[in-house]
Design a binder for this molecule. Structure first.
Ligand code: ADP
Ligand code: ZN
Length: 616
């Protein structure tokens, strides 16, 4: 069957069933289809894969896709096979015979896409094979893995510098969701992409609602958040420690949520099983350390929860970005408390890194803390961190409910002067709990033992509750008025900045500690797809449409189970919802729904129309 499409829009419509390009997909596709190189930086869910898939269909030969994760290649191939793209992968999981079959297909010109890990390309025999066939382009996925200073460095990516020499004249396209300018420079340099067209999208993810709540009893808060706002939906919960993921998963399961733990300490088979359940079944919640996530392109992750404070805005943004790749409304929800600040500050101070490294870590954490404590729009603050300037978004917690502040100068002075007095004793190490007990005049074994009721600040803070004082301490730590000593005991110190407050040279506006609240009512009238393109807000489904949507999901579940593929590769939720709304009665009408390409129409048309007609 001849595979060549005349134009990019033809391929977009015919293969993927989409009407228009997002962002600068079109520019990227034209550049690469025309034989030029490109670097594409788009946020997660922006639509990077089309930027190399469509040129591979427009050009003669096979598009080689370099991808870092062998474990996900089979799913990637399944997903593109659903739309009728002829794809395969070569990696160590194949038998000899399977491998020979893929090689034969490649040489026969029978593949649109061939997925490879970078180490595979380092093998001369692989290059020899590729040179005997026809390479349409080379796509370097997750190109930030080439950056030695980044968080996902893969030494094998450095070998990709040889591409222009191995495949002269073959266009290359590097894609990544990592935004910083430093990473971009490294990609250009190490992959010799100096002449490439560099396309940088806005990193805004307008469909994600960002929210940070005070941490009280996090396991209960998270269970409540999922049960009330995302029952039965897929999500990721990030926790700092391995043990934390297991505890939390157990707690969520006991609350009736289908949760599985995932961390690097699990046996490979258990990790694989957890990942595969999350990808294939509807509504699984994965409770993971940050070891989980890269390369996961499940489009219908409805929420990302942070049970603990992330170490940097870069990490937080990348992790929350895994929600809502399909452009549908999604939530990023974080619980944040005093314990997080103490723990992360103390991890840095007692860590073994160089002074320079600690300094870097402190800067990252300070920016993260400022984001948590901000009274300004959160999205605006995050994007400013990445060098983008936007107006307040109206679609985050602080925009919808600006947090009230109070003059906390006097409270701050009381707390800081207690810290100073304890510090003078220098005999013992006291944490935040002891300081609050002193302020509130609360007698304990420890206050009696150290005769703390004789301190002049004893009992001067009875006007605030324990949680309020913890809020004051947390905010002073976040503002840098208080610091954690590097003695390994989490002892508090007053910084130079804090002394200015003590001396009355600076006043302190603090956020009012609010009780955990539900999500503010949505007011946005437009739905914005990932990539920043506004689309008219579709009304919520009527109850009748909702019933049809559920029936379609039920059908999809069966279909996916039979084929042993993730449900979303059959159809996205967004497509099923659009079908429920359109209620098509013919193949022709069904083919007009976004996300229904020619191949899927042919394959699933009868079944879907059957469900819509009530006969399925
Ligand atoms: P990325 O790799 O940038 O994270 P993907 O390429 O996986 O993003 O695309 C994210 C989702 O958006 C996919 O489900 C894809 O099918 C969908 N998508 C991509 N381009 C378009 C488009 N032009 N119109 C509608 N949906 C699109
Ligand atoms: Zn906002």
């Amino acid at each position: 069957m001849p595979r060549l499409f005349a134009t990019a829009p033809d391929a977009l419509r015919e293969i993927f069933g989409y009407d228009s390009f997002r962002g600068f997909q079109r520019e990227a596709i034209e550049q690469v289809a025309g034989g030029g190189d490109a670097i594409v930086l788009m946020p997660t869910g922006g639509g990077k894969s089309l930027c190399y898939q469509i040129p591979a269909l427009l050009r003669e030969g096979t598009g080689i896709v370099i991808s870092p994760l062998i474990a996900l290649m089979a799913d990637q191939v399944d997903a593109v096979a659903q739309v009728g793209i002829r794809a395969a992968y070569l990696n160590s999981t194949l038998t000899r015979a399977e491998q020979a079959a893929v090689e034969a297909r490649y040489l026969a010109g029978d593949l649109d896409l061939l997925y490879l890990a970078p180490e595979r390309l380092a093998v001369p025999a692989t290059r020899d094979l590729l040179q005997r066939g026809r390479v349409a382009l080379v796509a370097i996925d997750e190109a930030h893995c080439v950056s030695q200073w980044g968080h996902d460095f893969r030494p094998d990516y450095l070998g990709l510098a040889g591409l222009p020499e191995w495949f002269p004249g073959v266009p290359r396209i590097a894609v990544t969701a990592t935004a910083t300018a430093a990473t971009r420079r490294e990609i250009v340099e190490r992959l010799h992409l100096g002449d490439a067209l560099c396309l940088v999208a806005s990193f805004d993810r307008p469909n994600i609602f960002y929210r940070v709540e005070p941490k009280a009893r996090p396991a209960d808060q998270i269970a409540r958040f999922i049960a009330t706002e995302h029952p039965g939906q897929a999500g990721v919960v990030y926790a700092l420690a391995r043990a934390g993921t297991e505890r939390l998963a157990t707690h969520l399961r006991s609350a009736g949520i289908d949760a599985v733990p995932y961390h690097a300490g699990l046996a490979a088979a258990d990790r694989h099983a957890a990942q595969s359940r999350f990808l294939r079944q509807d509504g699984v919640v994965i409770v993971a350390t940050i070891a989980f996530g890269m390369g996961i392109d499940k489009p219908d992750v409805r929420f990302v929860v942070h049970a603990d404070l992330p170490k940097s805005i870069e990490g937080y943004y990348q992790e929350t970005g895994r929600a809502g790749r399909d452009g549908e409304p999604s939530d990023a929800w974080m619980a944040y408390g005093l314990g997080d600040v103490v723990q992360l500050r103390s991890l840095i101070e007692s860590g073994s890194g160089s002074a320079q490294h600690k300094h870097q870590q402190r800067l990252h954490l300070d920016a993260m803390l400022a984001l948590c404590e901000t009274t300004d729009c959160r999205r605006r603050q995050m994007l400013a961190y990445f060098g983008e300037d936007i107006a307040p978004c109206g679609h985050c917690d602080t925009c919808q409910q600006p947090p009230p502040t109070w003059d906390g100068t006097e409270a701050a002075q009381k707390l800081l002067s207690t810290v100073v007095r304890l510090d003078r004793e220098r005999r013992q190490h006291f944490g935040v709990g002891q300081i609050i007990d002193i302020l509130r005049g609360h007698t304990t074994e420890r206050t009696t033992r150290f005769r703390h009721e004789t301190l002049s600040t004893w009992g001067i803070g009875g006007d605030l509750t324990m949680p309020q004082w913890r809020g004051v301490a947390r905010q002073l730590l976040a503002r840098g008025d208080l610091a954690i000593s590097d003695d390994g005991h989490d002892t508090l110190l007053v910084t130079d900045h804090g002394w200015e407050v003590l001396r009355g040279e600076r006043s302190v506006a603090l956020r009012v500690e609010s009780a955990p609240s539900g999500k503010p009512r949505k007011t946005a009238k437009t739905k914005v797809a990932a990539g920043g393109v506004e689309t008219p807000q579709e009304e919520n489904l009527t109850s009748e449409e909702e019933t049809l949507f559920e029936a379609l999901r039920q059908w999809r579940r069966q279909e996916a189970t039979e084929q042993q593929v993730p449900a979303y590769v059959v159809f996205h939720d967004a497509t099923l919802r659009a079908i429920a709304r359109a209620k098509p009665t013919s193949h022709e009408q069904l083919g007009l729904v976004s996300g229904v390409g020619a191949r899927k129409l042919e394959r699933y048309g009868d079944a879907v129309l059957g469900v819509v007609g009530g006969g399925g």
